[in-house]
Design a protein around this ligand. Structure first.
Ligand code: NAD
Length: 481
């Protein structure tokens, strides 16, 4: 039984209250560890440590700070195999995916922001003949970072790295469902020479330690990724304190497939995009709109490829499709599959839980599932399922596709599949999503603004957007007349 600890002031500490939560392996359904069920007493220790660490950390020469972040990135890569195995075990994702995507990206997050902090500059505004204004960008102080379970270390570090790079001290809370790689990050930070107290990692439930972190008056900024309902609760909890908040929330992402696309390539790309991480990536397309002349061809090829993704033990190197993250999430996804049937959808493949023989017999596996024949306004097409469930709908005109794509409370990412450049630009302007990918998906340049509109969030992460979020800007105006 693996017992995890909080990481506070460079030390691994048991929760003050002595309470723990079970950690379950999704592929086997078995408890394999325990994590601290932290409370305000643990938060107080972390805040005190951050308070002490802040003056030296925020004043450290940039090159030195960048060196530490670079070393964290290097240590992550040195421990790639171990971290990938931990991520796969904790989350149910294929080991191959954790090795190829999650862990390398966590390392890139630190490497990227190590460079970014030494390249970040502020503005000057000259008032001809009379004065010069310049802006100072200073760290906020102590900030909170809260992340979800679907891309555990990837998203945890995507917040922590820029917050540290900008000179803040950070108190971070990973999802209680996937705590393991966050725990290991504490070891890595010590090893890389991050001074004690600069980063604390507290484990526990969102409603307890998460809510306490959000509302603590010493937390000057909060970067959150998770569900839209939680994001709204956080916005309400922080409104009275007027603290800086960045919210990256849920999605229900449209894919617009035009008859002039390369159909074979598009099918390959969209099967991968829809079912990557068992459909548990906020960016996965789940509403697929296909121009009528290629609808039947696309459907046949898409379903054939989806069926070839066989759920299996994520620890096996050949596994391409693993387990859902928890029993509760499995129940939610199965509930939506039943709803799609009740709403009159035609099931084209999947639609059921599967038992993977051997050690995974009690795991949380669902086959890739595709429906057609559902109205755009039904709940299946409007609510975030966050699992391997996709709907197909035909369309006749570009305008009709655009209206259906934008008919959503969400606005995170859309994909557009066409060889018509003018159409790509036209729709790129009109789609109501924070990200529009044309003939690609999840192609990421870390300098670009990342985030959603409407119910998908407030604010942007990535590149200089993140450096701006984690700093307070001050204008200094000097008259010379
Ligand atoms: P969640 O909102 O339940 O939890 C996210 C995190 O918030 C967890 O660490 C949780 O413990 C914490 N939390 C829960 N309640 C809290 C509260 N009241 N105060 C403070 N913290 C609280 O989300 P989840 O189920 O872990 O993740 C899935 C969701 O995340 C999906 O909706 C998905 O679309 C979204 N997501 C969005 C992005 C993005 O970049 N927009 C990326 C990944 C996931």
């Amino acid at each position: 039984m693996q017992i995890l600890a909080n990481f506070i002031n460079g030390e691994f500490l048991a929760p003050k209250g002595g309470r723990y939560l079970d950690n379950i392996e999704p592929a086997s359904g078995k408890v394999y560890g325990q994590i601290p069920d932290s409370d305000e007493a643990d938060l107080t220790l972390a805040i005190d440590a951050a308070d002490k660490a802040f003056p030296a950390w925020s004043a450290m020469p940039l090159e030195q700070r960048a060196d530490i972040l670079t070393r964290i990135s290097q240590r992550i890569l040195e421990r790639l195999e171990e971290l990938a195995a931990a991520e796969s075990k904790d989350n149910g994702k294929p080991l191959s995916l954790a090795k190829m995507v999650d862990i390398p990206r966590a390392a890139s997050n630190f490497a990227f922001f190590a460079h970014a902090c030494s390249q970040f500059s502020s503005e000057a505004h000259a008032m001809a003949g009379s004065a010069i204004n310049y802006s100072l960008r200073q760290p906020l102080g102590i900030v909170g970072c809260i992340s979800p379970w679907n891309l555990p270390l990837y998203l945890f570090t995507w917040k922590i790295a820029p917050a540290l790079a900008a000179g803040n001290c950070v108190i971070a809370k990973p999802s209680e469902i996937t705590p393991l790689t966050a725990y290991l990050l504490g070891e890595i930070c010590n090893d890389a020479g991050l001074p004690p107290g600069v980063l604390s990692i507290l484990h526990g439930r969102g409603a307890d330690i998460g809510a306490a972190l959000v509302s603590h008056p010493k937390i000057k900024g909060l970067s959150f990724t998770g569900g839209t309902a939680t994001g709204k609760a956080i916005a309400q909890a922080t409104a009275g304190q007027l603290k800086k908040v960045s919210l990256e929330l849920g999605g229900k992402n449209p894919a617009l497939v035009f008859a002039d696309c390369d159909v074979d390539k598009t099918v390959d790309a969209l099967v991968r995009a829809s079912f990557a991480n068992q459909g548990q990536i906020c960016l996965c397309p789940s509403r697929l709109y296909i121009e009528r002349p290629i609808y039947d061809r696309f459907k046949a090829a898409f379903v054939e490829k989806a069926v070839s993704l066989i759920p299996g033990d994520p620890a096996q190197v050949e596994c391409k499709f693993g387990a859902l993250v928890s029993q509760a999430h499995l129940n939610k996804v199965l509930g939506y599959i039943q709803l799609a049937k009740d709403e009159g959808g035609t099931l084209l493949c999947g639609g059921e839980q599967v038992q993977v023989p051997g050690r995974c017999a009690e795991g949380y596996f669902v086959k890739p599932t595709v429906f057609e024949g559902l109205d755009n306004s039904c709940r299946t097409n409007q609510e975030e399922i966050f699992g391997p469930v996709v709907t197909l709908q035909p369309f006749d005109t570009e305008e009709e596709a655009l209206v259906m794509a934008n008919d959503s409370q969400y606005g995170l990412a859309s994909t557009l599949w066409t060889s018509d450049l003018a159409r790509a630009h036209r729709l790129g302007e009109k789609l109501e999503t924070g990200i529009v990918w044309v003939n690609c998906w999840l192609l990421r340049d870390l300098r670009t603004p990342f985030g959603g509109m409407k119910g998908s969030g407030l604010g942007r992460e990535g590149g200089l957007e993140a450096m701006r979020f984690f700093t307070e800007v001050k204008n200094v105006c000097i008259s010379f007349i």
